[in-house]
Design a protein around this ligand. Structure first.
Ligand SMILES: Cc1ncc(COP(=O)(O)O)c(C=O)c1O
Length: 303
C-alpha cells in the first residue's frame, strides 16, 4: 500500500483520506489532549494478520481512562473498526494508528464540550530505524524522562510525546540513530518510542514497571517468548550497568527488535550474529509472522 492511505476511519465513517479533515482550532492540536496506539500487521503464510490487536485496543481504552476521555464506543466497536479499515486498505505489512482527541474548537484549557474525534489510519512503516543488522548508535539523552507523578507513563497521550521528540531530535542532531532516556534519578528508562533491554553474562534485563516507562506490548512479548527458561529480569538499571552490558536492544511495535551497537561512545557486542539480541529478533519475527505455533493466538487474521 502507498504511504498515504486511500481511506481512513473517522468517527464511525469510512472517508477518503483527502476528505478526513479537522479544525485548526481542535483542542487536541493546541493542548496535546489526545491518546493513540501504534499497531502492526504482518504478512503470514495464512494471510495478513494484526499482532496483539486485543492488547492494543485494551491499552487504547486504558489511556483514555487515565485522561478521563469518554470514547463513547466499546472496545469491540474499535476492534471491528480497526479490522474493517485494515481490510479496506489491504494492510499486509502495515502500521495502524488509532487516535482519539478532544475536538472542542473553543480556546481554553478545559475542553468546553466533551466531543472526541476518533480516527484510525493505516499506513506503511518499513524499518523504523533503517537497516539494523549491525545494531544502531544511541545517545543518552540530556532530557530526562518525565516522572509518572507528573504525567502517566502507562498512557500513550499525544502531548507526552514532546519529551520523546526532544530526546530523539537531540540524538539525531548529534548523528546518532536514537536516544535513551534516564529517569530523574539517573536510572535507565526507555527509548523515545520503544522499551530497552540489556544483556550481561547471558542474562537479559529490562527496567521494571516501577520506572516511568510505557508497559510496552513488545516488551511483554519478549518476556513471554523468552519464557521461564531464559527469564528476563525486570529491575531498576543504573547507567553504569547499561554502559558495561554485553548487549542491548530496543523493543517496540514500530522499532520491532533493534540491536544497539553503541551508547554514547561505549561500544557493545550486539552486532555479533550469534548474539542474544539477534536471537530475540529472529524469535520475534517468527512469532509476528505466525511461524511459532505456541503464540498464534496473538494474531488476528484479516481474511
Ligand atoms: C514511550 C514508548 N515506550 C515504549 C513503546 C513500546 O510499546 P509497544 O511495544 O507497545 O509498541 C512505545 C510505543 O508505543 C512508546 O511510545
Amino acid at each position: 500500500m502507498p504511504e498515504v492511505p486511500k481511506t481512513v476511519w473517522l468517527n464511525g465513517k469510512i472517508k477518503k483520506f483527502e476528505d478526513a479533515n479537522i479544525s485548526i482550532l481542535s483542542h487536541g492540536l493546541h493542548y496535546g489532549t489526545g491518546i493513540f496506539e501504534g499497531i502492526r500487521s504482518y504478512k503470514t503464510e495464512d494471510g495478513p494478520a494484526i499482532f496483539r490487536l486485543d492488547d492494543h485496543v485494551k491499552r487504547f481504552f486504558q489511556s483514555a481512562r487515565i485522561y478521563s476521555m469518554n470514547l463513547n464506543r466499546s472496545e469491540n466497536e474499535i476492534r471491528e473498526a480497526i479490522l474493517d479499515i485494515s481490510i479496506k486498505n489491504n494492510a499486509d505489512d502495515s502500521y495502524i494508528r488509532p487516535l482519539a482527541f478532544y475536538s472542542s474548537t473553543k480556546l481554553g484549557l478545559h475542553p468546553s464540550d466533551p466531543d472526541i474525534t476518533i480516527a484510525i489510519i493505516v499506513s506503511r512503516l518499513d524499518l523504523y530505524m533503517g537497516k539494523t543488522n549491525d545494531g544502531i548508535r544511541t545517545k543518552i539523552s540530556p532530557w530526562r524522562k518525565i516522572d509518572s507523578t507528573a504525567l502517566p507513563s502507562m498512557a500513550k497521550g499525544t502531548g507526552q510525546y514532546l519529551s520523546s521528540y526532544l530526546s530523539s531530535r537531540d540524538a539525531k542532531m548529534d548523528g546518532y540513530n536514537e536516544a535513551i532516556l534516564l529517569d530523574r534519578s539517573g536510572y535507565v528508562c526507555e527509548g523515545p518510542g520503544e522499551n530497552i533491554f540489556s544483556v550481561k553474562n547471558g542474562q537479559v534485563y529490562t527496567p521494571s514497571l516501577e520506572s516511568p516507562i510505557l508497559a510496552g506490548i513488545t516488551r511483554d512479548t519478549v518476556i513471554k517468548i523468552m519464557g521461564k527458561k531464559n527469564q528476563v529480569v525486570e529491575k531498576r538499571i543504573g547507567l553504569s550497568e547499561l554502559l558495561t552490558s554485553d548487549e542491548a536492544f530496543f523493543a517496540g511495535t514500530a522499532a520491532e527488535i533493534t540491536p544497539i551497537s553503541e551508547i554514547s561512545g561505549y561500544k557493545l557486542n550486539s552486532s555479533n550474529p550469534h548474539s542474544i539480541s539477534n536471537k530475540v529478533k529472529s524469535m520475534y519475527f517468527d512469532v509476528v509472522r505466525g511461524k511459532n505455533g505456541k503464540f498464534k493466538s496473538w494474531l488476528t487474521y484479516l481474511s
